[in-house]
Design a protein around this ligand. Sequence first.
Ligand code: ADP
Ligand code: MG
Length: 347
Amino acid sequence: MSNHKVLGIIGGGQLGSMLCQAASKINIKTKIYCDDKDAPAQNYSDEFIYGAYNDDDKIIEFANQVDVVTFEFENIPVPTLKKIKSVKPVYPDPNINFIIQDRSREKKFINDLGIETVSYKKISSQKDLENIDKLIPGILKTTTLGYDGKGQYIISKNNDLNKIPLNNDFILEKKITLKKEISVIITRYQNGSSATYEPIENIHKDQILDTSTIPSSVSNEITNLSKKYAKLLADKLDYIGTMCIEYFIDENDNLLVNEIAPRVHNSGHLTINAYNVSQFESHVRAVCNLEKIEPKMTSKAVMKNIIGDEIFEYRNKETNSDEFFFDYLKKESKNKRKMGHITKLLD
Ligand code: ADP
Ligand code: MG
């Protein structure tokens, strides 16, 4: 595919905005489909269509107007993605969403490759609450549709479980002591080659990402293993585009996969300013079948998320030449809502 093609993006949040900015830099036109008529990414896309994700007619009409379709969030109904795929290429493939939309299916896929995760158990009924002592203290997570810690409950003692209505499928994960959290961004191209970014060290506050830093402070051994797993996972999924593997490092320096994000990822925002090619541009290049650019770190950096009303302070603040402030232009500030981020280059 040559440049001058139109990339369709489902979803219009900040990830969509940054995908559009990256696309326009390399002359790819963008058209967004989103179910929020105030979606911020319409400030950056060439065109914008407002529609529901279950309005198949409208979404197929959208697909017919673009050359290739991708998405900025993974929870679009799989049957909808498959319908789109019957008219236009969809990258990454909808079958990947089928695996990753469900935390227990995702963990099984990872474990089957010989890669460790935290111990867990599927909880679908009261009966599953027997013999769970080994998983306490634990975290009960909804199997589907969780993000930024939403749909998660800390379970300190068995009794806590009685307070939670089991009206969803859940998994109960053992709550482990985290020494560190890292993530690895990888982009896989249509010819099967891939490009891996260096591990990013992440600190979460209230289960929401607070800061991301490169380079990470992990050993060479963990660096190499985390990149090797990312490549294995991307290859096994036959993934096309950018994805992110979130890892836990436990007290004994074991590397565990926390989860896979089949999309560009918050921890990779610093690649915009601290790499020769951002995770967003790499994604656009891969899904549009353009030539690969090998990512090279050009600076150390730290990214900080700006949550809720903190944004007002940043909007009025001068930034230094080594600081890059991104305002997501969301209409309304809400508690725990990601409103922007700031990346600072480090010496
Ligand atoms: P989300 O899908 O909302 O990102 P995660 O499963 O990644 O949910 O959890 C968010 C954060 O909560 C993690 O990055 C980590 O800091 C903490 N966390 C989640 N699961 C565990 C666990 N089993 N043990 C310890 N900390 C956890
Ligand atoms: Mg997560």
